[in-house]
Design a protein around this ligand. Structure first.
Ligand code: GTP
Ligand code: MG
Length: 321
């Protein structure tokens, strides 16, 4: 059975891809085991896609831009998968799901695959499944993966940590915006695109210069890449060819200097470490002796009767005994 699934997935069958993703997202222990076996078997077939992250405030035009860019790409013969990271998505099953209407052409496109955010769990859980789904999509032959995130909590940082290229969409009111930008967001950007330039091209250009100046002050992520700032219109499909050309230019430079491979290697190891921390945390909290003392010690620490370090020592001692 797993072999049949693997073969069907490698043949690019959408139903098989969907089944594999369901397996990866399942919390059942036997499903998780099967999912890990499948992922391990598929590893040699992963890694070939351009992995792109895209973020921006609600309403900035992420879905509209992905639709236009995605259709451009499938018309050029690429296979595009769109995944979402939305840790708040339990409310609606994922904003991207409602977005399927906004991505009507792309969702009807046989060379595109759109998957809403897994609806369960913490940011860590959601992004773990998104990473694994990304690998499945690559094995199924998708050669462009776009991960969209609304930027709740730390989700931009986590998405930036799973892609080759991180794109930040901005609105054309930079003057007011610059104050409100989440700390650290500009540092993550490989490119900034001021969207909705069709509304007021001059305002968009002013915003472009403001962001370019702001980026100029920051030390670039990599000495070979100064993040460009462009204007575009997702609705009008304007400027998106240039956006894609910059993504390809980035890829060519970062392939040649080895930075893309190094970034991926670092991401993989970082991911492994965070999985280990997750597992250890779970094992710790599930440990019977730890459980029997944890509540009591937490209360004592909260009340200032026991130093935090002493409580941690005791609990770790119980765990490791
Ligand atoms: N004029 C103009 N409107 C746009 C453009 N891009 C998006 N819009 C409109 O802005 C609204 C929000 O667009 P979405 O693509 O749904 O934005 P989003 O960033 O995906 O929003 P969330 O998923 O809610 O975070 C829609 O009404 C779009 O039609 C653009 O380039 N120009
Ligand atoms: Mg959207």
């Amino acid at each position: 059975m797993p072999d049949a699934l693997k073969e069907a997935l490698l043949a690019g069958e959408r139903a098989a891809l969907a089944r594999a993703i369901t397996l990866v997202e399942s919390t059942r222990a036997d499903h998780q085991k099967a999912a890990q076996a499948l992922l391990t078997a598929l590893m040699p077939h992963t890694g070939r896609a351009d992995r792109i992250g895209l973020t921006g405030v609600p309403g900035v035009g992420k879905s509209t831009t992905i639709e236009a860019l995605g259709v451009n790409l499938t018309s050029a013969g690429r296979k595009v998968a769109v995944l979402a990271v939305d840790p708040t998505s339990s409310r609606s099953g994922g904003s991207i799901l409602g977005d399927k209407t906004r991505m009507a052409r792309l969702s009807a496109d046989p060379n595109a695959f759109i998957r809403p955010s897994p609806s369960s769990g913490t940011l860590g859980g959601v992004t773990r499944k998104t990473r694994e789904t990304m690998l499945l999509c690559e094995a199924a032959g998708y050669d462009v993966i776009i991960v969209e995130t609304v930027g709740v909590g730390q989700s931009e940082t986590v998405v930036a940590g799973m892609v080759d290229f991180f794109l930040v969409l901005m609105l054309p009111n930079a003057g007011d915006e610059l104050q409100g930008i989440k700390k650290g967001l500009l540092e993550l950007a490989d490119m900034i695109v001021v969207n909705k330039a069709d509304i007021d091209p001059r305002a968009a250009d002013r915003a472009r210069r403001t962001y370019a100046d702001a980026l100029h002050i920051l030390a670039p992520l990599h000495p070979d890449w100064a993040p460009p700032v462009l204007t575009a219109s997702g609705v009008e499909n304007q400027g998106l060819d240039k956006v894609w050309a910059e993504i390809e230019r980035h890829r060519a430079i970062m392939d040649a200097n080895g930075a893309r491979a190094a970034r991926r290697a670092e991401q993989q190891v970082g991911w492994m470490r965070s999985l280990i921390e997750d597992r250890l945390g779970q094992a710790f909290r599930g440990h019977p002796t730890v459980q029997s003392r944890l509540g009591h010690l937490e209360a004592a620490v909260a009340a200032g009767r026991v130093p935090a370090s002493a409580a941690a020592d005791e609990l770790c001692g119980l765990f490791l005994a």
